[in-house]
Design a protein around this ligand. Structure first.
Ligand code: ZN
Length: 268
């Protein structure tokens, strides 16, 4: 009995593991990306209704977020078509919104390209280039399907491996909360799970390439992450606690820099 269980459990995991074209590694994905995108549309629209959204017509900050978003979206499309991997962006329909909340030092990107930037992040980014580096980083998490990995783990641990659509029908609130926690949205849900070190390194690398291709100097990433680390102080903001800023990050960013600079120089 136990053996059968282990076999079935193993098969379940094998079936749910897929080679990710972005990261080049096998990632757990028990949830269909198309289901996550549908859920993202719902959750994003609800979120926008419940928060103060700045319009790019009347806010220079929102106009900046829109401008960066358009340039990075363009760069990402170019990057994957040059690699013959257009399927990576299947179902993407980009939206960029600026949330008027000075207390939240955060930004995120849901599956399908639904992005939010909080005004609380802007005193730390201080300039358009640093904000482009953060947005590139968040967009890279989304394109690398890191949320699917996390959501899949949570579905196994908290929903007994239930399919997403079944969970949504039977436990709608719990499933929606799980989704929001997975993508690091809404601090009222308690402690955030940190992205894994590997996911962070991947998001840093591809985020740097995307923002460099969009014409933003990748070297700004170093002082920016140093500022983030200071902004943390004794009481780290939510954004920092999910994004460990340390020597390892800075060292890896410096390693990626020559490659990112090639993209930046080609974009100039
Ligand atoms: Zn991250």
């Amino acid at each position: 009995m136990k053996k059968i269980f282990i076999f079935l459990f193993g098969a379940f995991f094998l079936a749910g593991c897929a080679l990710n074209l972005v990261t080049g590694r096998n990632q757990l994905s028990l949830v269909k990306e198309s289901d996550l995108r549908l859920m993202a549309v719902d959750q994003y629209n609800t979120f926008l209704k419940e928060n103060r959204v700045l319009s790019s017509g009347s806010s220079r900050d929102a106009a900046m977020v829109d401008r960066i978003g358009a340039r990075i979206a363009n760069a990402v499309t170019k990057y994957y078509s040059s690699e013959g991997k257009e399927s990576v962006l299947e179902g993407y329909s980009w939206e960029f919104n600026t949330i008027d909340d000075n207390k939240v030092i955060n930004a995120w990107c849901m599956p399908g390209g639904k992005v939010a930037v909080y005004t609380g992040l802007l005193p730390v980014t201080q300039n358009e280039t640093a904000l482009a580096i953060v947005m590139g980083h968040e967009i890279a998490h989304s394109i690398a399907k890191h949320g699917n990995e996390r959501m899949s783990q949570a579905m196994v641990q908290q929903m007994g491996g239930m399919a997403l659509e079944v969970a949504l029908a039977q436990k709608p609130q719990e499933t929606q909360d799980l989704f929001m926690t997975t993508y690091g949205i809404g601090s009222q849900l308690g402690a955030m799970l940190p992205w894994s070190r590997q996911q962070e390194t991947e998001a840093d690398k591809y985020g740097l390439i995307f923002s460099a291709m969009a014409g933003y100097d990748p070297r700004e990433a170093i002082p920016f992450w140093q500022r983030m680390s200071v902004a943390g102080g004794g009481n780290p903001p939510e954004f920092l606690s999910t994004h460990p800023s340390d020597e390892t990050r800075l060292r890896k960013l410096k390693q990626f820099m020559p490659e990112a600079l090639k993209y930046y120089n080609a974009a100039k």
